[in-house]
Unconditional design. Structure first.
Lengths: 157, 96, 157, 96
């Protein structure tokens, strides 16, 4: 497992325009990261972000629309994943981001990190999430009462 | 052939996203790179295309809240553009 | 979903003497936390810890033996989960800990936190993990070459 | 009946775990609470049972690395014990 920190980290970045099941993607990702059970990483951190049921102003949300800059969004997610993985010396990173019309309760973002220690795994998840929220070209529009409003900024930590 | 190629290459593509796109009413345009021989920058394009909220006649500073990408990579707004570049103006990012 | 931060958090603590599949337990836990998809928490953080393939001194590990203080281990995990959940104002916490003989690659610990915001979810996972590593009565013994050695301290962050 | 009950209740149960259990060679004992009328503490029990690494004759300080639990809750080593208490000596914790 020391190989995870010395060899090149495995990075997987996906932008999906349809609903996804985070645990199903995690299962596929885990099975790729370990040829045998004994190869499994000692530490794994995950984050799942889902659409809230109400808008920033408290009205019931019909849907969230997520626009990206195709081409750049993949490139940026990949660059962010590579930089975070390198800084924390982790073995593998998975980043999944939804685009298009997303309903309340559906997953928008999934981040997973495998590492040899709990500290790097959890810190890398948190940092990756902040980075992608501020430096990957995605924009949210809240739809409520048939009216769409572009979200002005990210939700606070 | 050579002159046709250079004419094609001397264009830049401009792209707008989200609220910026809706305010301007368009998402993508091709523009000649350098009409007057000076190297064109994204900030120049911003003024030429009157993308700011200031009335078109008034010269507005390039806003600090807007980020520029050239060929899918973030770049300063005063970067000289090259033929064939794709310039994008990005309103504040709200992903994740 | 604001109810998650104002109402009493849902705490689930399990000590298991047989191998468990972290994603299967997460799936069951998620389905309990949301009656409908739209009720799903906006932010969810997870941590999975697994047995390394080698001992602290680098020898191949046959198995890890995990001893607990039955009765107190449950009580302590519950108290730690309640305290962390309260401090971070999260909606739900799941803590699963293995005991007994655990093979390389098998999961030892699973922590999951559901909250309304990413910050509390991730901070609560990290803090819970540190707390249980230092204040819940569990002891590890590494078996290698037929010889068992009690682990002297926790692995560094 | 009453005297039999109090005789049962005036005991404490002592439990050892992991390396501590193996060094002592036992995991659980019941002991009378107060032979001399003084309130007994976990630190007293530690010395009486010669659980430290010092030779049994030498009075050793209660080690800082060992934690005490009374009835499944952490407690200081000088807490007076009550009849029926379960006292556990816990070597450094290594879970998670």
């Amino acid at each position: 497992m020391d190989a995870a920190t010395t060899s090149r980290p495995r990075l997987e970045v996906r932008i999906l325009s349809r609903p996804f099941q985070p645990l199903a993607l995690l299962e596929a990702w885990q099975s790729q990261s370990a040829a045998t059970a004994a190869d499994s990483p000692a530490a794994e951190g995950h984050f799942i972000g889902r659409v809230r049921g109400s808008t920033a102003s408290g009205a019931p949300l019909e849907a969230l629309e997520l626009e990206d800059y195709p081409g750049m969004s993949e490139t940026q997610l990949q660059a962010i994943a590579a930089a975070c993985a390198g800084r924390h010396g982790v073995g593998a990173v998975l980043v999944v981001h939804r685009v298009g019309r997303i309903l309340p309760g559906e997953a928008i973002v999934l981040v997973a990190v495998a590492a040899d220690r709990r500290g790097p795994a959890l810190r890398c998840v948190a940092e990756l999430l902040e980075e992608l929220k501020h430096h990957a070209p995605f924009w949210k529009r809240e739809w409520s009462g048939g009216h769409g409003t572009w979200v002005a900024g990210n939700t606070p930590l | 052939m050579a002159s046709q190629q250079s004419a094609v290459a001397a264009m830049v593509r401009v792209r707008l996203f989200a609220a910026l796109r809706e305010r301007a009413g368009w998402s993508e345009r091709s523009l000649p790179l350098a009409a007057d021989g000076c190297p064109l920058t994204p900030a120049d394009l911003w003024r030429q295309l009157a993308l700011g909220e200031a009335p078109p006649g008034q010269a507005a500073e390039f806003p600090a809240t807007i980020r520029v990408a050239i060929n899918h990579a973030f770049a300063p707004a005063d970067t000289p553009l090259n033929p064939g570049d794709e310039v994008a103006f990005l309103p504040p990012i709200t992903g994740g």
